[in-house]
Ligand binder design. Structure first.
Ligand SMILES: Nc1ncnc2c1ncn2[C@@H]1O[C@H](COP(=O)(O)OP(=O)(O)O)[C@@H](O)[C@H]1O
Ligand SMILES: [Mg+2]
Length: 479
């Protein structure tokens, strides 16, 4: 509908802009004419610049047949009445009071809509944090340390219902303490955020029910109302895996550098050792076995051979020998190993038995290397076990992970918690005659086969090693 406006001031300008910027659906207005006695009025100027019909006398409107609606925005009731009297029958007119009334309604409605939108946004954000299963633990805490809300993830981990946490102190629920967290190891992020009015971040070390260390990264965001901090949102994520991965990587790097170093030295020693061995053997050949020199030469060869064995394990450790894989049943390797170590075990009055799964799939492994790892583990177990003890080798397939498990369980002396972290380190040994290379080599070989090794031990009760090997079908040799 074509609209003419009487009064070219700021309201007219607003209307011009509004109509320009919005799409109308039921009623589509098009401003075609503006009248004002002041040709410098802002709305008038804009209309003129847009090429609309402008006039200083609104009576000009009545000559035009295209105008369907006249809006009086001059704020003068006399003008409105004059328009009513002069306009054609089909032309409508709106007084500025009516216009203002609708304007006001529109303004309030929009404001409420905006507020609702904001409210909805905040509610959605809150819902996401509190009700959806995001990975992080989220807690809303008041300045008095009392929990006002907790998300489902955290409730699941705590094994509590929401009612059992709300209103309780955060330190009571998460740390089983009677007082707020404090100190260097457990700084309270809430206290920091209250003090600084800014977000804060800390790391807490918690213990799970088995006494294992869990690392938590905790971020705290203050909630402000009129400049006052009324509480905080605390988001904590379990970063134990990342920390462990980092430690693992450092361990790998350490192993690699030690490996390279040992490989270099071992290589250098290998050649002179061979020379010593062959020379003493040649001399031995020319010597009468009854000559005392003969047995001295024998000692030289024997000791040189022992050095060669050590050098070989160093080279193995440095993973110089790549695995040559064949399709094999791990049960067979376990049985071969038991056959080899049986004598040694019997010697120490230790019973060594097996419990092998009958449906073990074939897998691609380097038989010698896997046998070496099993011998290492068996010898360690024998060394740790007193006469009368037991060692069991068992195999099974874990259908969930598709990994073959080889378990080696002994009733030996066990490994202390602090040593448990070090046993795979090269040269770590608690035995007088040990080299500390057995488990480092074992670890390397299992990793090269894409497997994993883990250990569980209780001092005085025994040790349980588990090797997990992937089932791999149809791979080529050497891969
Ligand atoms: N089954 C076991 N029971 C108790 N302690 C063990 C066992 N296996 C390994 N260990 C510990 O791990 C250490 C490192 O083992 P290893 O790398 O084979 O070196 P070594 O046998 O030369 O000492 C051993 O000295 C011992 O303290
Ligand atoms: Mg050993």
């Amino acid at each position: 509908m074509n609209v003419a406006i009487v009064g070219g001031g700021s309201r007219c300008l607003y209307l011009l802009n509004f109509i320009e910027q919005h799409t109308f659906q039921v009623f589509v207005p098009k401003i075609v004419a503006v009248a004002d006695t002041d040709p410098n009025a802002v709305g008038f100027v804009k209309a003129k610049n847009q090429g609309l019909f402008v006039t200083e006398d609104y009576n000009d409107f009545f000559d035009r047949e295209d105008i369907g609606l006249i809006i009086e925005l001059a704020g003068n009731l006399d003008i409105y009445n004059d328009i009513i009297g002069k306009k054609g029958k089909t032309v409508r007119a709106i007084a500025h009071t009516t216009a203002l009334f609708f304007w006001e309604i529109a303004r309030i409605a929009r404001k409420e809509q905006d507020a609702n939108l904001k409210l909805n946004e905040a509610k959605t954000l809150y819902d996401v944090m509190i009700n959806e299963l995001i990975e992080e633990d989220v807690m809303v805490i008041g300045t008095d340390y009392r929990i006002t809300d907790v998300n489902d993830t955290m409730l699941n981990k705590l094994g509590l219902k929401r009612e059992e946490t709300i209103g309780h102190f955060c330190y009571e629920i998460t740390h089983h303490r009677d007082t707020p967290c404090s100190g260097e190891k457990h700084p309270c992020p809430l206290v920091q955020s209250l003090k600084t009015h800014k977000p804060s971040k800390t790391t807490h070390i918690h213990l799970d029910k088995n006494g294992n260390e869990l690392y938590y990264s905790i971020s705290c965001y203050p909630i402000k109302k009129k400049g006052e901090v009324t509480g905080v949102i605390e988001i904590s994520s379990d970063i134990t895996k990342d920390i462990k991965r980092q430690k693992n990587m450092m361990q790998q790097e350490k192993l690699m550098s030690i490996g390279r170093l040992s490989a270099g030295i071992a290589h250098e020693i290998n050649n002179p050792l061979t020379t010593i061995m062959t020379s003493s053997m040649l001399l031995q050949e020319d010597t009468d076995p009854d000559d005392p020199i003969y047995s001295e030469l024998e000692t030289i060869s024997k000791e040189a051979l022992r050095c060669r064995t050590i050098v070989k394990s160093l080279l193995d450790f440095a993973r110089q020998s790549r695995p040559v894989k064949k399709s094999l049943n791990l049960n067979q390797i376990v049985m071969d190993t038991l056959f080899l170590v049986q004598k040694q075990a019997g010697f120490n009055d230790i019973k060594i038995t097996s419990n092998l799964s009958s449906n073990l799939p074939m897998t691609y492994v380097d038989k010698d290397q896997i046998q070496q790892t099993l011998i290492n583990l068996a010898l360690n177990a024998i060394e740790a076990t007193d006469p009368g003890g037991n060692i069991i080798f068992s195999t099974k397939i874990n259908p969930k992970t598709d990994m073959i498990h080889i378990d080696i369980i002994d009733t030996g002396c066990g490994i202390s918690k602090e040593n448990l972290d070090k046993i795979f380190d090269p040269f770590f040994t608690t035995r007088e005659t040990g080299t500390g290379l057995g488990l480092a080599i074992t670890h390397g070989i299992i990793e090269q086969h894409g497997g994993k090794i883990k250990v569980d031990s209780t001092i005085g009760k025994g040790t349980h090693f588990t090797i997990m090997m992937p089932v791999r079908h149809g791979e080529k040799n050497g891969e």
